[in-house]
Design a protein around this ligand. Structure first.
Ligand code: FPP
Length: 248
């Protein structure tokens, strides 16, 4: 039986972020090469995106390629880029049909020209969609994102557009890739690893973390539901005591 009925739709996380991990290990478990694992990971991307949109989650961020991932063998990097290109092309219709807006966080300038072009096109064509934002973290690094924001703010100070006294948390948030997007309340990482690996370091300050041993290609809607139910069973205190929450 589906766990969907156990989810309280009035208390959904508005923004879920996922570190999709374990494609390589899933492939070797099946006696195949790593690229086979990534290819099979695409169906989990589809399952999760559809599952989140159907429930009413407003933002889903997927860590698809980190700045550190360039250090993988060239064959794997090119296979991942080709897979990304093919998937964006193939799924554009579904994004349009389901009213999903595509966004990218990360440094797109360093992506292969063809990939960047396809992504820009898909982002433009889905720009007015309202149901859910699907945000792909590509060539993304949380530390680099913060450095970039610091430089942008410093430039504004230099030009006299912002005073040093006016710099606060909101100003920093407004200069990140995720400007205008609420912080994730739930972070999911698959494959048993328990790290954030330079992902959304600023934005995850108050997120609940859910770790599962399931490898990414085996991550289905039901696994997503498990994570959301676990999230809903936790008490989010934001530094307050349990008593304060009750009387609030
Ligand atoms: C992590 O598994 C996975 C990645 C680095 C890439 C994720 C990419 C996809 C699922 C396919 C394309 C994505 C989109 C959004 C269309 P790993 O290789 O680190 O696995 P391992 O830890 O077992 O080696």
């Amino acid at each position: 039986m589906s766990l969907k009925g156990n989810i309280d739709l009035t208390r959904l996380p508005e923004h879920i972020a996922i570190i999709m991990d374990g494609n390589g290990r899933w492939a070797s478990k099946h006696g195949k090469n790593r690229i086979f694992g990534h290819t099979n990971g695409v169906s989990s991307v589809r399952e999760t995106s559809e599952g989140c949109a159907e429930l009413g989650v407003k933002y889903l961020t997927l860590y698809a390629f980190s700045t550190e991932n360039w250090n993988r063998p060239i064959t794997e990097v090119s296979a991942l880029m080709t897979l990304l290109l093919k998937t964006i092309k193939a799924e554009l219709k579904t994004l349009l049909k389901n009213d999903i807006r595509l966004k990218v966080i990360g440094d797109m300038a360093k992506l292969p020209v063809g990939v960047a072009k396809e992504l820009t096109d898909a982002m433009q064509r889905t720009a007015n969609n309202k149901r859910m934002d699907l945000i792909l973290a590509l060539n993304y690094s949380g530390k680099s994102e913060i450095v970039r924001a610091v430089k942008e703010i410093a430039t504004k100070v230099q030009k006299g557009e912002v005073s040093i006294d006016a710099i606060n948390e909101q100003v920093v948030s407004d200069n990140l890739y995720t400007a205008g997007i609420p912080d994730p309340e739930l972070l999911i990482r698959t494959s048993g690893e328990k790290r954030v690996s330079n992902f959304m370091l600023w934005q995850l300050a108050y997120a609940e973390y859910f770790f599962t041993d399931v490898f990414w290609p085996d991550f289905t809607r039901e696994e997503l539901y498990k994570a959301i139910i676990d999230f809903q069973n936790r008490e989010r205190r934001f530094g307050k005591t349990s008593e304060q929450l009750v009387t609030k």
